[in-house]
Design a protein around this ligand. Structure first.
Ligand SMILES: Cc1ncc(C[n+]2csc(CCOP(=O)(O)OP(=O)(O)O)c2C)c(N)n1
Length: 262
């Protein structure tokens, strides 16, 4: 075989391009943090649906807030827990906007419980992304309502005791019983397959808003290696083997097609 015969004449195939809505900058998230994966999925879905220019995203306090640094979207920062209330106002005065909230579990399931419950109950036409890493990441790894039984955190160093602090709250299942919730699903960043499914859930949750069908939420089980005291690899293993059995991924309710479960 001659060198000429070895020459590749075809144009190189592009296998992957970063989504246009993801900013081209280095991250300030900790190594192994799941927020970056969720950002990429949000950027991909909004880009594929052509929603970037009309999206107004709302992120509150917590590591979630840095989304405004990495997503090329218009953002409003809400006070801790208040993203669904701020999003409601935006949605009602700007009916043509696509409104997305991006909240952590300390934010959505603790200080912001009232806001998310009532936004869901009203069937607000917003798409909520709920990143559940099981602790308060930004402030040093304290217990959240989602912390697993027995899990050690900086505010329950001997492990969460349900006799003292109650059982973990399955927020998305709780919200899913409300008739205003058109779609609720739970994904995970544990592995490539879970990430692919999470993208499908996010896409559907955006389409629900476009169809005016009601409130849509996607919880994403995520990692916080620094807060959990684990390496990034140990964190995804824990997410898959310990966290996901307690919070099973899948579609929790889909009232747009009158099916439940799955
Ligand atoms: C009103 C108010 N209370 C408390 C705080 C302190 N605070 C900042 S972030 C945070 C927890 C965020 O946790 P979570 O929503 O789970 O996000 P993560 O950082 O884990 O992604 C708290 C309690 C605050 N900024 N404002």
């Amino acid at each position: 075989m001659t060198v000429d015969e070895l020459t590749v004449e075809e144009e190189p195939r592009i296998l992957y391009q970063p989504p246009e809505l993801l900013a081209d900058r280095s991250t300030s998230y900790c190594p192994g943090c799941g927020h970056g994966v969720v950002h990429r999925l949000v950027a991909e879905v909004l880009g594929e649906l052509g929603l970037g220019p009309r999206t107004i995203a709302v992120a509150p306090v917590g590591c979630a807030v840095f989304a405004y640094d990495y997503l090329e979207l218009d953002f409003v920062e809400a006070p801790h827990g208040r993203a669904p209330a701020v999003a409601t106002g935006i949605r009602r005065v700007m009916p043509d906007a696509f409104v997305l909230t991006y909240q952590g579990d300390g934010d959505l399931a603790a200080i912001g419980t009232g806001e998310i419950v009532h936004a869901a109950a009203r069937g607000e036409r917003i798409t909520a992304v709920f990143v559940n890493n099981g602790i308060y990441g930004m402030t040093g790894g304290q217990m959240a309502p989602t912390t697993l039984v027995g899990q050690k955190t900086t505010s329950c160093p001997t492990g969460r005791d349900p006799a003292f602090t109650g059982a973990p709250i399955p927020m998305t299942e709780m919200l899913a019983v409300l008739p205003g919730v058109a779609y609720a699903a739970r994904g995970s960043v544990a592995d490539a397959s879970s990430i692919g499914k999470t993208k499908q859930y996010l896409r559907k949750a955006c389409q629900v808003q476009l169809a005016g069908a009601g409130f849509a939420i996607v919880e994403v089980l995520s990692t916080c290696p620094v807060g959990w005291g684990l390496t990034p690899v140990e964190s995804v293993e824990r997410l898959r083997d310990v966290v996901a059995p307690v919070y099973p991924p899948g579609v929790i309710v889909d009232r747009t097609s009158a099916t439940r479960g799955g």
